[in-house]
Design a protein around this ligand. Structure first.
Ligand SMILES: [Zn+2]
Ligand SMILES: [Zn+2]
Length: 273
């Protein structure tokens, strides 16, 4: 049994959509087997187990546990990076917790995740310029169309003019939902896209890893957001230092979660085989 397949134990409704017939699937375990298997996995690969369970939304406690285990790991390993080693001992844990939190958020990103809409700053509405055509008729039909910027100017007769108003309208990006999908815009979350140059050369559509998202299918949380968050705690790390040694350390924390998930998966498959 893989970690992925445990999700249906927690969200039984999804079982009816899985397409596997009840009780005939080789994955079927008794409740006791299941609990024992999960317990052993939790003990053998605690970070990967809780990271996965938090990611798929089984438990908030697991998400918190994953972040705290990753914070511990970060504290144990950060001294290899000079800029982090030099941090004052009273702020180091806070910096590591922030990095671990952002790393965990990035790890949880998927094509199904949502992020706050930047267009409307997650309010669902934006201010838009609305132009209305107004006319000032004399005895004749209007002939001139001009935009009047200053409405206190005396208006000539027989003139059509535009009045600019600012109106609050539904945000066109998120349609008022305040959040937008994290799925990559180029490949719509598939991770594969038509390679333009190669397709033109060969005369047939050639698929390859999407360039925009590097084949992940979704946008990552920009690492600079993690940097901005640690700047709230300390000013001692410059952007140049972050780029040179902070960001590689942060990327390694994200990688650590992925490795730990793979370990937890392998452990679960082994104990339930
Ligand atoms: Zn919006
Ligand atoms: Zn893409």
């Amino acid at each position: 049994m893989s970690l992925e397949s445990t999700v249906r134990f927690h969200f039984p409704k999804s079982q009816s959509f899985s397409g596997t017939a009840p009780n005939t699937s080789p994955d079927t375990l008794t409740g006791t087997d299941y609990i024992a298997g999960m317990g052993m996995t939790m003990a053998r690969a605690p970070m990967g187990y809780s990271a996965f369970m938090g990611k798929v939304g089984v438990s908030e406690n697991d998400a918190r546990r994953a972040v705290s285990l990753l914070t511990e790991y970060a504290l144990q390993t950060c001294d290899k990076v000079a800029a982090l080693r030099k941090l004052e001992s009273d702020i180091k844990p806070a910096v590591m917790q922030t990095l671990a939190t952002y790393a965990y958020m990035d790890y949880c990103q998927s094509a199904a995740s949502v992020k706050p809409c930047e267009c409307c700053k997650a309010t669902g509405f934006i201010d838009a310029d609305v132009f209305t055509m107004k006319s000032r008729f004399g005895t004749q039909r209007p002939g001139v169309v001009t935009e009047i910027k200053r409405l206190d100017e005396p208006l000539p007769e027989n003139t059509s003019y535009q009045v600019r108003d600012v109106e609050r309208i539904l945000c066109p990006e998120c349609k008022g939902k305040c959040v937008v999908s994290s799925a990559c815009r180029d490949c719509k979350g598939r991770g594969r896209a038509v390679m333009k140059a190669e397709s033109e050369k060969q005369g047939v559509p050639v698929m390859g890893d999407c360039k925009r998202c590097g084949g992940r299918g979704y946008e990552r949380i920009p690492a600079v957001e993690a940097f901005r968050a640690i700047c709230e705690i300390t000013q001692s790390i410059s952007l140049a230092t972050w780029d040179r040694s902070g960001k590689p350390f942060y990327d390694q924390l994200i990688g650590k979660l992925e490795i730990e998930e793979t370990w937890a998966n392998a452990a679960l498959i082994k104990v339930t085989a």
